[in-house]
Design a binder for this molecule. Structure first.
Ligand code: DX5
Ligand code: ZN
Length: 229
């Protein structure tokens, strides 16, 4: 499994999202990460279905939609119709996670589950065989530009063990929060294979180059043995 980069448009200029997407695609972005926040699950409000619809028209790479909302079940179908290729939901808000994961898959969309920094890995043990990916939050969700929480490294390793134990070697681990050229090596070594980066890319003067640099740094950190993961 190679390492893929998912620039988060949260830190981009919302008045020029099209140009932001083009720039990171030129830099080798593998996905566009879309942070949906409702002002309830997290303190911030961001974007919704119509923006995903517009992004779908211009993006060449798949849209990775991260739902930071209290009632994801209500919106999954709309985001799928709008063009999401991947939808991730937080385990902290779902009483019937199995049902939600399978509802996402039934829409033809890859299903991911997300763990906040203080949420134990044990909560995904019984869904680990069913998911297409697991997203480990390495900051508390809500804002871009926060500091990477070091404990996330061992969390990634623990999630990898849980997925492998469940026989789900194919499911990658995505990591989100505080990822830049300094933190990338540690998280890739721990097993992360999809890297979300917002401020490291869009707060840089050259997002295309920042994407390329992050991807190169990630590839350098990939263990030689990691050819199947
Ligand atoms: C935070 C979001 C992230 C955010 C990451 O709640 O889920 O995707 O954009 O931003 P950085 O890379 O700046 O930490
Ligand atoms: Zn995110």
């Amino acid at each position: 499994m190679t390492v893929r980069i998912a620039p988060s448009i949260l830190s981009a200029d919302f008045a020029s999202l099209g140009r932001a997407v083009e720039a990171v695609e030129r830099g080798g972005a593998d996905f566009i990460h879309v942070d949906v926040m409702d002002g309830h699950f997290v303190p911030n409000i961001t974007i919704g279905v119509p923006v995903v619809q517009s992004l779908k028209r211009i993006a060449s790479v798949p849209l990775d939609v991260h739902l930071m909302i209290t009632n994801p079940d209500r919106y999954i179908e709309s985001f799928a119709e709008a063009g999401a290729a991947m939808i991730s939901v937080h385990v902290e808000v779902l009483k019937h996670l199995h049902r939600t994961v399978h509802a996402i898959k039934a829409l033809g969309v890859k299903a991911g589950v997300v763990l906040n920094p203080a949420t134990p890995v044990a909560l995904i043990e019984d869904i680990a065989a069913d998911v297409d990916y697991v997203l480990v939050m390495s900051v508390n969700p809500g804002f871009g530009g926060q500091t990477f929480i070091s404990r996330s490294e061992s969390k990634v390793a623990d999630v990898r063990l849980a997925l492998d134990r469940a026989g789900n070697q194919a499911a990658p681990i995505e990591i989100d929060g505080g990822i830049d050229t300094r933190t990338v090596g540690r998280v890739v070594a721990a097993g992360a294979r999809i890297l979300v980066a917002g401020s490291a890319i869009f707060n840089s003067p050259d997002p295309e180059r920042a994407t390329r640099d992050l991807k190169a740094a990630a590839a350098r950190a990939l263990p030689a043995s990691a050819t199947t993961r």
